[in-house]
Ligand binder design. Structure first.
Ligand code: SIN
Length: 276
């Protein structure tokens, strides 16, 4: 794909590109936004360096791509409910994204994308891994692809959000967390590419299979989709930004830096229902 306004450096043959020489903290032109949208479709995740976002400029950037989501478990700080703080330090009991996942896949309409800005990073470690859902699907055998085609899976936020609240001493009695059924193989809403849409954090069950079979098939699919062949690893610097498409990649945050501080904020762009 040719781009007029973007200087892109692909990270791997499967996914990821660094966007150079673009200040995304300032208002963008329609052409720049359209090309970023196209690049997100082509690469699945875009990386930017030296972007000093405050909450308002981060939200403005997110809104170029759609309405912003408010996280179902963790609404943001006063005046900024769409901001999801991402923070870990010596007092943390867990971090966000410690298991492979697509953000909030438990929603009926899972988010289009997420934009994470880290202003503080540990001296080393704290990388994020991204894996291509399309590459994972493509690598399956034709027979397995046919087998998975008509299946749907149940995704729920219960286990993840309740665990987090328990560890952080938050009383969530009576709260109901989102759950949804999605096709196991989705068609990307923009590129039309097929992707394997199950993840270890939110996917509990393949609906059309007995429990034991569902457990076995999911175990295989999780291990398959998490293979290094489909992955890239992003090393953060202060004020790096990652913008990923949750219908094209899943991701994993590595907590190898305890008790150091890693801190920033995420905005999440709403998506729509997923089609098989
Ligand atoms: C997340 O899942 O949004 C967190 C990713 C990260 O902290 O690298």
């Amino acid at each position: 794909m040719a781009y007029d306004t973007l200087n892109l450096r692909p990270v791997s043959p499967h996914l990821g590109a660094e966007v150079r020489d673009l200040d995304i903290t300032r208002p963008l032109t329609n052409r720049q936004v359209a090309e970023l949208h196209t690049a997100l479709g082509e690469f699945g995740v875009l990386f930017f360096r030296d972007q000093r976002f405050d909450f308002d400029s981060q939200k403005r950037f997110g809104r170029y791509f759609g309405e912003l989501d408010i996280h179902p478990n963790t609404p943001g700080p006063e005046g900024h409910p769409e901001i999801l703080p991402i923070h870990a330090d010596a007092n943390s009991k867990m971090i966000a994204g410690e298991k492979w996942h697509s953000d909030v896949s438990c929603r009926q309409e899972p988010p289009l994308g997420s934009i994470l800005h880290l202003h503080t990073v540990p001296p080393s470690g704290g990388d994020t891994l991204f894996a291509s859902l399309g590459a994972a699907y493509d690598a399956l055998s034709p027979r397995m692809k046919t087998y998975l085609e008509a299946l749907t899976a149940f995704h729920s936020g219960e286990r993840n959000y309740r665990k987090r609240n328990r560890l952080e001493g938050v009383d969530d009695t009576g709260r109901v967390f989102p759950s949804a059924n999605h096709p196991v193989v989705i068609r990307h809403p923009i590129s039309g590419r097929r992707g394997l849409y199950v993840n270890r954090l939110f996917t509990y069950r393949i609906n059309e299979l007995p429990e034991e079979e569902s457990d076995a098939v999911l175990r295989f699919l999780f291990e398959h989709s998490e293979k290094p062949d489909f992955q890239i690893r992003f090393q953060w610097q202060p004020h790096s930004v990652a913008f990923w498409d949750n219908r094209a990649v899943q991701h994993l945050a590595i907590w190898d830096y305890f008790p150091q501080v890693r801190s920033g904020s995420r905005v999440t762009v709403k998506g729509g229902r997923l089609a098989a």
